[in-house]
Design a binder for this molecule. Structure first.
Ligand code: 5GP
Length: 183
């Protein structure tokens, strides 16, 4: 029996393919493996956008790891972030004396990551670095932002998929797509 097409299910055009993401994660992991060889590493996944990147990245790491999760939401609407961030879920474990890597999905203005760094730094980790799968240099406001590892620099497009959403949709796409109009 033929079914009517699901008009609610829309696949955005691909911007970065699943194969290219995988290849870049292998390169990032190789650098991280070198930099932290033999060191216990605490990785902090920023919910929810980083979940897919986080789970793929940790499977390529070759040091003892600890996984932590932090939830944030920004005040204001999506296009105009105020830079004031609300932590909606905090870590389970203290960070004092630990080597910590914050795992971000995307740095746009940089306000979220800058806030998180300040928020976590006071817990006195032995070191605190960041990795972001995506970075939009054109929209970066926090020019001093500490970005240690970057997957891809992208133009000012609204991207979805591979964990990133638009109104909670598209997180399950295996590639990174972009939206030209709202769907
Ligand atoms: P910020 O502007 O603080 O660097 O980024 C804040 C948050 O906005 C990111 O963590 C991400 O959740 C969201 N964001 C920024 N740009 C995009 C984008 O192109 N696509 C999606 N899905 N989220 C984005």
């Amino acid at each position: 029996m033929s079914k009517a097409p699901d008009v609610k299910y829309f696949e955005p055009p691909s911007y970065i393919s699943a194969a290219d993401i995988k290849a870049r994660i292998l390169e990032l992991a190789a650098k991280i493996n070198d930099d932290y060889a033999g060191i216990d590493l605490t990785l902090i996944c920023t919910l929810k956008g980083s979940i897919v990147f986080f789970t793929d990245l940790i499977r390529e790491l070759r040091m003892p790891i600890h996984c932590e999760f932090i939830g944030t939401s920004s005040y204001g609407n999506h296009t105009e972030s105020t830079g004031e961030i609300k932590v909606t879920l905090d870590l389970n474990e203290p960070l004092i004396g630990k080597h910590v890597l914050i795992v971000e999905d995307i740095v746009d203005t940089g306000l979220t990551l800058a806030y998180l760094i300040d928020y976590l730094k006071v817990r006195k980790p032995a070191s605190l670095r960041t990795v972001s799968l995506l970075h939009k240099p054109e929209t970066l406001k926090v020019k001093t932002l500490k970005m240690d590892y970057i997957g891809f620099q992208i133009p000012n497009k609204f991207v979805v998929g591979y964990g990133l959403d638009y109104a909670e949709k598209f997180r399950g796409l295996p590639y990174i797509g972009y939206l030209e109009n709202e769907h």
